[in-house]
Design a binder for this molecule. Structure first.
Ligand code: CA
Length: 225
């Protein structure tokens, strides 16, 4: 999952980035309104944390403009304490949720989890396909009850594939949802990660059909055939 944080207070922005990265999100930060708007318009995010009080272009304007441009990335607005009318304006502008500063990080995480849940995905921490169960909260993966150890990025990649199971995912989609903007990732790197995942979730389970499929010329798909 990849998140954009738009917040001009560096201390808050960096703390959110650090905290989300510990939860295995890929995170980009924009410190001004125009930068935030540009990134939100050109990159493919799973969620945006958007402060209202920003220099040059405020959060309400950013949100309105994004929605006018048919960009429907889920948005969590941050409002300063006591500015109730901002909350209303934010929701009217097309935000999905809001939080009042100061907030607890646990609450922020819970709201981000709710915000980034895809339609049709079961509302639980478990994602599953073909005897494989990925638990987002416990950060665990099991197949036929056998625990599988994955690196942080392998886990994020598998999470992204399972969230979109039965759907073909391109390498570009993987790059933009699993890595942040600063990461220098080549399509070859994705092949290496996919190979490693196969070695862990498919190869050891000989009596099971493989879950990860290569769709030549397009990308990958996780599916129980
Ligand atoms: Ca601010």
């Amino acid at each position: 999952m990849r998140i954009l944080v738009v917040e001009d207070e560096h201390r808050i922005a960096n703390a959110i980035k650090k905290g989300l990265e510990q939860e295995r999100y890929a995170v980009d930060v924009a410190y001004t309104g125009p930068d935030g708007f540009d990134l939100a318009s050109t990159e493919d995010y799973d969620g945006i944390i958007l402060d209202i009080m920003l220099p040059e272009m405020n959060g309400i304007e950013i949100c309105k403009n994004l929605r006018q441009n048919k960009i429907h990335t889920p948005i969590l607005m941050l409002t300063a304490k006591g500015q109730t009318e901002d909350k209303v304006k934010g929701l009217d502008a097309g935000a999905d949720d809001y939080m009042t500063k100061p907030f607890s990080f646990d609450e922020l995480l819970a709201r981000i989890r709710a915000l980034t849940r895809r339609k049709g995905v079961v509302l639980s921490a478990d994602l599953s396909v073909g005897g494989l169960i990925l638990n987002k909260k416990l950060y665990s993966v099991k197949r036929d009850n056998e625990e599988i150890k994955l690196s942080s990025k392998e886990f994020s990649l598998l999470e992204y594939l399972i969230t979109n199971k039965n759907t073909i995912i391109t390498k570009d989609q993987i790059i933009s949802h699993v890595w942040d903007y600063d990461a220098d990732i080549l399509p070859n790197t994705i092949e290496v990660y996919i190979k490693n995942l196969r070695n862990k979730i498919d190869k050891p389970f000989k009596n099971r059909k493989p879950l990860i499929h290569t769709v030549r010329g397009f990308g990958y798909k996780i599916e129980e055939k």
